[in-house]
Structure formats: structure tokens, C-alpha cells
Design a protein around this ligand. Structure first.
Ligand code: NAD
Length: 440
């Protein structure tokens, strides 16, 4: 029996085991040389970093690379000359079939769900960049399908594996500041565009497959510097604004530490919608049902762009303390925790907590955790079971930005805004012809 058959039999068997169970590793036990053969969708920008981190695991063999930009694909292929290269992830997944074991998705946000769902429909475990999806409905579907198939998954919030965020989580759950009634979270970044629709366009660069880049979204003419690379974050059809982009990192620790579920409502302050870009500055307010770590209800407020950082007056911080440009603040019944983004938590009043100390934690590798989970060793810390509901909550705020000043009452079970029917039209994209994926 070949190495690859051993591995594939294991992966197939592991999909039958319920999510949350700890798997032993028959793969390793049977064949120490078998490697997890990975296929990567989007290998420029963060995709390049993901490729490097995942392939640094001794148990990984990079089997396939896909990018719509020929230049980017060529430079990634130079590092992995044995990997097959593709421009279209659908072709890659169909062609490679059982010769790949797992798929990494590092494309712009709007292609996360189509690529991840295509991979999961073929029974492949998935690592997907953050935020999990562009649409609320897609987050729900990725979570359900990953659970149904028992696939190892991880969303790319690497800071959640860092010591600072894990320490903050433990400290909050130990009750150090008592029950939490409010969280403020913010980022100075501006992934918005308040300008008008574009009226001048540029030729599509020779190296770019524009039709594939657009994917499920409505076709439009190419414009330099607006979409590929990176700037797509500002556009409503492709990115999720600063809330989706940074909020998913910064809200992760409060969401996890306080064991939050789905918001009951959401309301934003921002400029009226333009139909083009995300607003350049937003305040997004949510209420969550209480949990064992919070008061009866929990209020969460997000500030971005020029609204960040918020005023911290009256929140238990020393006079004159300058808030970092990205971070969060937990307001508890017995104290306040300031958590600068991916940095050491601080407790206030300082005098009261001078002996509090920090939990002693082992380092964790966010990427290797996923590879290990794929081959049956341990679990990931941000599987789709966690990332789905977190992203749903954030994306509800992105939808609310299209209805400034209106309170969106949310029924998570039925995935509906109950008081504003027009908002429900923004929860799910109708994919462009030719780009439909089963389950989305
Ligand atoms: N976790 C983090 O800290 C972090 C940091 C940066 C970006 N990200 C996330 O990574 C993702 C990519 O962001 P980025 O800044 O690298 O964007 P980018 O535009 O710089 O890079 C995207 C890459 O994907 C390729 N691509 C686009 N559409 C594709 C398709 N349909 N098929 C195959 N390849 C395709 C592009 O050519 C490019 O190489 C986003 O979801 C972003 O939120 C995460």
C-alpha cells in the first residue's frame, strides 16, 4: 500500500469523527514519511506568508499553487518547483482530486467562501484567512458544512495564538475584573472609500485573470490601485471595511473570553451609503445576551478611522492615559482591562491589581496547529465552529453600516433582521453566472 493511500484513508476516516474530539494519529503511526499535501489559493500578499508558515511544518508537502496573477504565481512556484500551478482554484481542486489533502485560502475576502466551500465539498480540511467570509450567510454555511463533514479548519487570526491574547482570555475568565458589562474596541485604520463611483478605467494587466479575480461578484471594468492588490478592502463588493479587516482580530479576544454568542441588535453611526465603498469612519454598537462572564447583557462598541481611539473618560482609566491606536477595553464590575492589539493586557486601577500577575502559558503555533489537526493531532483554536459565529456578528455590523442610525434587530437562529427586511437582502450574495458553488 502506498504512503499516499495510508494518508488518504486516514483523512477519509477522520472526517467521520465528530468535531471536538481529539484524534490520535494513525497516519503517523502507520507511516512516518507520509506528508500532508497542501494546495494554496492566493499566494501573494498574506498568501505568501501563509504558504511560508504552513510549509515550515515538517509534515507538509506543498502540492499545488493557484493565483490569478501570473507574476505572483511564478515567484511562489520558484520556491516550490515540484508544486503544480493553476490560475483557477476550481480547476486545481477538480484536477488534483485525491492527490491533495488540504486547502489554504488566502484570497481577497469575497473569494474566501467560494474557494473554501469548493474545497470542503471535495472533503478537504481548510485554512482560511480572516474574516471567514464576505457575507453573513456564507459564514453560517461554512460552519455547518465543516461540522457536518468533521473537517479540520482554522481561520487566520494568528494573534489569537499569541501569549497576550491568551493571557487576557484567561485573566478575564478568572474573574479578575469581575463580570464585564461593556467592551470598547477600535482601530485607527481606514479601509473605507467615501468617494463616488469610478468613471475612468484602465486596461487589465496582462498578468491578471480579471474574470477569475472578480469571481462571484458582479463584473466591472478594471481600475488600477482600486482592487488588485490589497485595496479591494475598501470596496463593498470585495472587502469588509475596517470592521471586517481589523475588527475580527481585535474583537476575537473579547468574543472568546466572554463566551459571546450572537448579538441581539446592532446599530451604526456613519455616513449614508454610496453603493461603492465602505464608510471611512464608523461607530458600530452591539448588544449581546449575557454569559457567565458578563452582566445580564453586554454592550460592545467598535470605533474605526477618525473615530478611533474612543474617549475613555469615566471608564476607570488614569487621567491622561493615551489609548493605543488599536485595541480593546473591558469594563468590569471590579476593574478595567486595557488590551492593546496583540500586546500585553493592563489592569486598572493599577494599585488594586499591582500583584495580579500574568498566567504562564506555553507558546502555540497557529499554523502548525492546523496542520497537526489535519493529520489527527489535537485541535485548532479558531476552527470554523468558532470563526463562523464571530464573523457573522462582525458582518452584521458591516450590513448595519448600510443603514446608519437604524437599529437592526437580529434573529441569529433564522439568520434574519426582523425589523428591516431590506437588510436581509445584504446577508447573501447571488453569485455571478458560472461561479455558483453548492452550499452557498
Ligand atoms: N491574518 C492577518 O494578519 C492578515 C494580514 C493581511 C491580510 N490578511 C487576509 O488575507 C487575505 C488576502 O489579503 P492580502 O492583503 O494578501 O490581499 P492581496 O490582494 O494583496 O493578495 C491576494 C492574493 O490572492 C490572489 N487572488 C485574488 N483572487 C484570487 C482567486 N480568485 N484565485 C486565486 N488567487 C487569487 C491575488 O492575485 C493575490 O496574490 C484577505 O482575506 C485578508 O483579510 C490577513
Amino acid at each position: 500500500m502506498s504512503h499516499s493511500m495510508d494518508r488518504r484513508q486516514f483523512l477519509k476516516a477522520s472526517t467521520a469523527i465528530a468535531v471536538g474530539s481529539t484524534l490520535s494519529s494513525p497516519l503517523r503511526a502507520f507511516d512516518a514519511n507520509a506528508k500532508l499535501r497542501t494546495a494554496h489559493v492566493g499566494v501573494g500578499g498574506m498568501g505568501g506568508a501563509d504558504l511560508k508558515s504552513i510549509s515550515s511544518h515538517a509534515g507538509v508537502e506543498v502540492a499545488a499553487l493557484c493565483d490569478v496573477d501570473a507574476g505572483i504565481l511564478k515567484s511562489a512556484a520558484a520556491t516550490f518547483p515540484n508544486a503544480r500551478t493553476f490560475r483557477d482554484y476550481r480547476e486545481m481542486i477538480a484536477t488534483m482530486g485525491d492527490t491533495i489533502d488540504a486547502v489554504v485560502v488566502s484570497t481577497p475576502d469575497h473569494t474566501h467562501a467560494p474557494a473554501a466551500m469548493t474545497a470542503m465539498n471535495h472533503g478537504k480540511p481548510v485554512y482560511c484567512q480572516k474574516p471567514l467570509t464576505h457575507e453573513v450567510f456564507e459564514s453560517r454555511q461554512l460552519r455547518l458544512v465543516a461540522a457536518e463533514k468533521g473537517l479540520a479548519t482554522q481561520m487566520g487570526i494568528q494573534a489569537s495564538a499569541g501569549l497576550a491574547y491568551r493571557q487576557a482570555t484567561q485573566m478575564i475568565q478568572s474573574g479578575v475584573i469581575g463580570k464585564v458589562s461593556r467592551v470598547l474596541a477600535w482601530s485607527f485604520k481606514n479601509w473605507g472609500y467615501d468617494g463616488p463611483a469610478f468613471t475612468s478605467f484602465d486596461p487589465v494587466p496582462d498578468n491578471l485573470e480579471w474574470n477569475l479575480w472578480i469571481g462571484t461578484a458582479d463584473m466591472r471594468k478594471y481600475k488600477k490601485g482600486v482592487y488588485h492588490q490589497g485595496a479591494w478592502r475598501k470596496q463593498i463588493d470585495f472587502g469588509t471595511g475596517t470592521l471586517g479587516d481589523m475588527g475580527v482580530h481585535i474583537f476575537d479576544t473579547p468574543y472568546r473570553a466572554l463566551a459571546l454568542t450572537s448579538p441581539t441588535w446592532c446599530q451604526t453611526t456613519c455616513r449614508p451609503p454610496t453603493g461603492v465603498g465602505h464608510p471611512e469612519q464608523n461607530i458600530v454598537e452591539y448588544e449581546f445576551p449575557g454569559t457567565k462572564y458578563t452582566t445580564d447583557t453586554m454592550r460592545w462598541t467598535w470605533y474605526d478611522g477618525a473615530y478611533a481611539p474612543p474617549s475613555a473618560e469615566g471608564l476607570g482609566l488614569p487621567d491622561g492615559l493615551k489609548l493605543p491606536n488599536q485595541g480593546s477595553l473591558f469594563v468590569g464590575e471590579e476593574g478595567t482591562m486595557l488590551l492593546p492589539h496583540a500586546s500585553t493586557p493592563q489592569l486598572f486601577p493599577e494599585e488594586k491589581f499591582k500583584d495580579a500577575g500574568y498566567p504562564d502559558l506555553e507558546p502555540r503555533d497557529h499554523y502548525h496547529q492546523w496542520v497537526d489537526a489535519c493529520i489527527g493531532e489535537g485541535q485548532t483554536s479558531s476552527p470554523f465552529a468558532y470563526a463562523g459565529p464571530l464573523t457573522e456578528a462582525l458582518l452584521l455590523g458591516v450590513v448595519a453600516n448600510r443603514f446608519p442610525g437604524k437599529k437592526l434587530m437580529w434573529d441569529a437562529d433564522s439568520l434574519r433582521v426582523t425589523n428591516l427586511p431590506e437588510a436581509n437582502a445584504l446577508l447573501k450574495r447571488t453569485p455571478r453566472d458560472g461561479f455558483q458553488v453548492a452550499g452557498l
